[in-house]
Design a protein around this ligand. Structure first.
Ligand code: GTP
Ligand code: MN
Length: 586
């Protein structure tokens, strides 16, 4: 299935640019939009759904490979979920995941589906993004020019041939050639003063001390850097022979931040409908050679260390990432640095592995020597983050001595505290306890961890589950709830308020309020939970849990007042209140 915004020609590019000119979208609109589309229609337009019961539909999951249908779409909940891979969400999430749109793009596509216009709160962004668009446009034209130049330069063609790059791959990656000369781009594209300024803004020109400009890229093989949607935002240029610098990149510009972009991501997304894993390599040539040999899932950072931004971008497409490093000491140090960067972003479902190449090889040289299968074999056997983590740390301490073990545990604990709380963190701590043969760790585990272990299904949890699955239940709550001192109560309270204050309430719309908040994931999980209560009994079960919660609140207040009474601190009013509470309890 095609992306809505796969850009194939200039008129589509213009359309895309118009759509991209978004201001921020009012929240009320997003809620209204969600209440006006039917997720069943939306999904059925992309993957044919089969009916299971009056309100439930199913299909083979589009997010993982499977033969039996575990992907289910609920009409009443306006929510989809896959029992196989856990993919889930509302109509917006579906467009984010399936069409791989950004959030504003998903809103636009959904509005189009519903036949309504998107209001914009501000127009300042619009002006801003049209400048960006102009910069991308000029870079796209320059890339075409470099491609033409490549076809005319025997030296450049020979260079690529010598490196074993095929014609189709050169085309796929839009490789070009910047000829010698100081003013090629300047003369062709900078015919007026504003245009010169624009080229400078886009990073293509360098200012001379004495005034005027000259071309940044001369006599280099040019690698255009595409953003996710295929617009060109920068270039890398490799010198033909030896010389310094070997690679020259565009500087940071309004449309290009090195720490965010990944070379090859656009081509990877184009080549694969579903991405099972992504290999992160170091160089332009590595990405291209791997691609040519059939490994169409490698991307490279642009001569910088991996950042959290890079990771978050990759996590949008896959949960399986393999870092590829040189096998030497420098490679191991770089891998350790990458590991530390990933720790805070490691949600439970993410798998990170590390692959070390034989000394003196890079992916480009290795795949040419060994071929695809052997290289994929290496990917298969890459070490997991946890074994690389413990290997590296145990190499730094003597685990046979008490002092050494204490040092090891201290270091590891500091790092593991960076992990988000969850099953993975818990497993790492358990592993650490085994390796350090010590109990002290559990004392340092974050409090959430211990709580999770001890948690029994409580009334409150059941109340939240029922409410998120059947938001109409909120209207059974006629009198205000007394505050209760329980983890999760604030969330329950907010859930009730949100449902009561909004006309449209399905699971899908309610979850929209928690997008980007940490409780959102928990709520989504609870929205999927099988509670086993028959439909006819749900309302009375809910009222029952409310009753139990009220009793608990009552008890908490009595305890609090009693302990105050024991210290002789009760006011007349509080005495009266205590009396009332004890009376209510009976
Ligand atoms: P080839 O020699 O063409 O095979 O490239 P390579 O990728 O094997 O080169 P290397 O391992 O030296 O560099 C890896 C990556 O680091 C490159 O793809 C560039 O992104 C970056 N890089 C290498 N040399 C330079 C340089 O001189 N300047 C800058 N800014 N980046 C560089
Ligand atoms: Mn190389």
């Amino acid at each position: 299935m095609q992306n809505h915004f796969d850009i194939k020609n200039d008129s589509q590019l213009t359309l895309y640019n118009t759509i991209m000119s978004t201001g921020s979208i009012p929240r009320e609109f997003i809620q209204r939009l969600l209440s006006q589309v039917d997720i069943v229609d939306l999904i059925d337009g992309r993957i044919p759904l089969r009916k299971k019961s009056s309100n439930n539909y199913f299909a083979c999951c589009p997010f993982h490979a499977e033969k039996s249908a575990s992907f289910s779409v609920s009409h009443t909940k306006q929510f989809y979920y896959c029992f196989g891979c856990g993919a889930h969400g509302n109509a917006i999430d579906f467009l984010l995941q399936f069409d791989r749109l950004s959030f504003p793009e998903a809103i636009d596509a959904l509005a189009k589906h519903a036949g309504i216009d998107v209001p914009r709160e501000t127009i300042s962004n619009t002006a801003h993004s049209s400048i960006d668009t102009q910069l991308c446009d000029v870079l796209t034209r320059i890339a075409k020019y470099y491609q033409t130049e490549l076809r005319q330069s025997k030296t450049a063609i020979d260079y690529l041939k010598n490196r074993g790059i095929s014609g189709p791959i050169a085309k796929e990656f839009c490789l070009g050639f910047a000829p010698s000369g100081w003013e090629n781009v300047l003369q062709q594209f900078g015919t007026t003063l504003p245009l010169k300024h624009q080229l400078y803004e886009a990073g293509m020109l360098i200012k001379k001390d004495e005034g005027g400009y000259y071309d940044r890229f001369r006599e280099r093989i040019m690698f255009p850097i595409h953003e996710r949607r295929g617009r060109i935002i920068a270039f890398g240029g490799r010198i033909l022979d030896k010389g310094d610098p070997k690679y020259l990149n565009s500087p940071e510009t309004p449309i290009f931040q090195k720490g965010r972009e990944l070379y090859g991501l656009y081509q990877v997304l184009n080549a694969n409908r579903q991405i099972e894993r992504i290999v992160l390599v170091e160089g332009y040539m590595d990405v291209i050679a791997l691609f040519q040999y059939g490994i169409t899932y490698a991307v490279a950072t642009l001569g910088t260390a991996t950042t959290a931004h890079h990771l978050h971008r990759l996590f949008r497409y896959t949960t399986d990432i393999i870092f590829c490093f040189d096998g030497d000491a420098a490679g191991r140090t770089a891998a350790w640095r990458a590991l530390l960067t990933t720790l805070p972003s490691l949600r439970d479902e993410i798998q990170i592995r590390f692959m070390f190449l034989p000394e003196g090889e890079d992916p480009d040289s290795l795949i040419r020597k060994e071929g695809k299968d052997a290289f994929e074999q290496r990917i298969q056997t890459a070490v997991t983050l946890s074994s690389f983590f413990f290997q590296t740390l145990s190499a730094q301490a003597d685990l046979t001595s008490v002092d050494g073990r204490a040092r090891f545990v201290k270091l590891a604990t500091e790092h593991l505290n960076q992990l988000p709380p969850g099953i993975f963190q818990q497993m790492m701590f358990e592993e650490l306890a085994k390796k350090g043969r010590t109990e002290i760790i559990s004392a340092q585990m974050p409090p959430q961890m211990k709580l999770q272990k001890a948690r029994a299904p409580s009334s409150l949890r059941l109340a939240i589950i029922l409410l998120i699955q059947q938001p109409q239940l909120a209207h059974c709550i006629t009198e205000p709830l007394p505050p209760i001192d329980l983890p999760g109560f604030a969330l329950f309270f907010e859930l009730i308020e949100t449902i009561k204050n909004n006309a449209a309430y399905t699971t899908g719309t309610i979850l929209e309020y928690w997008r980007d908040r940490k409780e959102g994931k928990l709520l989504a999980k609870l929205a999927l939970l099988e509670h086993m209560i028959p439909a006819s009994g749900i309302e009375s079960e809910f009222l029952g849990t409310l009753q139990r919660l009220k009793k608990l609140a009552n008890k908490q207040q009595i305890d609090q007042l009693l302990s105050k009474a024991a210290k002789g601190e009760l006011s007349q009013e509080e005495k009266y209140r205590l009396h009332q509470l004890i009376h209510d309890k009976k």
